[in-house]
Structures are given as C-alpha cells and as structure tokens.
Write a protein of this length. Sequence first.
Lengths: 115, 116
Amino acid sequence: AQTVTQSQPEMSVQEAETVTLSCTYDTSESDYYLFWYKQPPSRQMILVIRQEAYKQQNATENRFSVNFQKAAKSFSLKISDSQLGDAAMYFCAYRRKTSGSRLTFGEGTQLTVNP
Amino acid sequence: KAGVTQTPRYLIKTRGQQVTLSCSPISGHRSVSWYQQTPGQGLQFLFEYFSETQRNKGNFPGRFSGRQFSNSRSEMNVSTLELGDSALYLCASSLATGTPEDSPLHFGNGTRLTVT
C-alpha cells in the first residue's frame, strides 16, 4: 500500500521569507502523480501544485515550487516570498496513474505566516 | 462556473441514526469522489463514482454507501451512525478524462457531521 508522510506537523515563516515543507512517500509504482493541496479555514482543499513522476523537471507555479527526488521518494514544497494568505494546512498527496480520483494524503503541515 | 456544492454544511445526528450528504459537482464533471477527514485518521478516501457507477472504494465498512445520479450529483449515506463517524466529509469532482492536468480534483467546502 502507498503511504505519504509529512514529518512537520507545524511550520512558521516570516512574511516575505521562504519556507520548505517536507513530504516523503512509499510506493512500488514507477508512474504516478504527486500533489500539494492547501486547506485554509474555509475547509476547501485547493490544489497548489502537481508533479508527474516521469517528468524529471520540478514543477513550478508562481511562488510555489517543488523539489522532486524520485529515487529518494521525496517531494518537498518551497514557498517563496510568503504571504499572510499562504497560512493554511498543507497536504501532500499521491495518486497512482490508474486509480481514478483516489488520492492518498499525508498528515498535513500547519503553516503559520507571521507579519 | 459554480464550484462543487455540498449540502448541508453542518449536521448533528444521534448515534444509531442515518444521514445523507449531498454533492453537486461542477457542471460537466462526471466523476465524484468522497473523502472523510478526522483529526485522528486524517484524510481518507471513501469512494468514487463515474457515470453512475462506483469505480473505486476505500476501506470503510458497508455502513458507508453512495450513489450518483444521471446528472452527476452524488449522495453519500451513512447508516447506524457511530461516534467515530464525526468528521468533515469532503466531495470532489473532476472531468475524469486524460491526465490530472486535464482533470484535476475540485473540492467542495465539506459537510461537518457531528454524532452525539
């Protein structure tokens, strides 16, 4: 079974600074997808960034980028120029290529942004 | 375009009762999936429906069931409620074609169920 682990229950960052959230996963599959989702107090899960396992290039979305290390099964999220609106719970998630909409989530990291 | 709509937003039920939660996907989306979120177990996949057929199921007891209608709206039912069923239930919809780039999951705001 696939597992996703986020070892940092809480992180904090100063506004305008950079923070990195960690995620490791375990799978025997070679082709899969990885995601970072954000869940603010409104409870809605919002997709931040996604990565395909067979793409070596790390995904980037504006201030958000990932460091994908396939051999190490590591998938960290870097948030640059942190903003107050980035404060939320962040979830790392895994999806097998053939599993439809079935995501396996990590435990989450609560990010606080200090002004 | 309207997002994923879940009703009701909050629900309080008593042990032993049953409950039905509703999810209206984004127009044109044919896949609806359900997740349970609790502080202890985190986010867990319940099931996925596509074109009125269940095509994926998580590890939940048979008390948890769902269905999808021809207009892609979905309902989730929990019978004989237990205290441990208290959770945030999230619904997500997608086009369900091609790769995740073509069909990312769009989540609703969830239904907060409290069982007393």
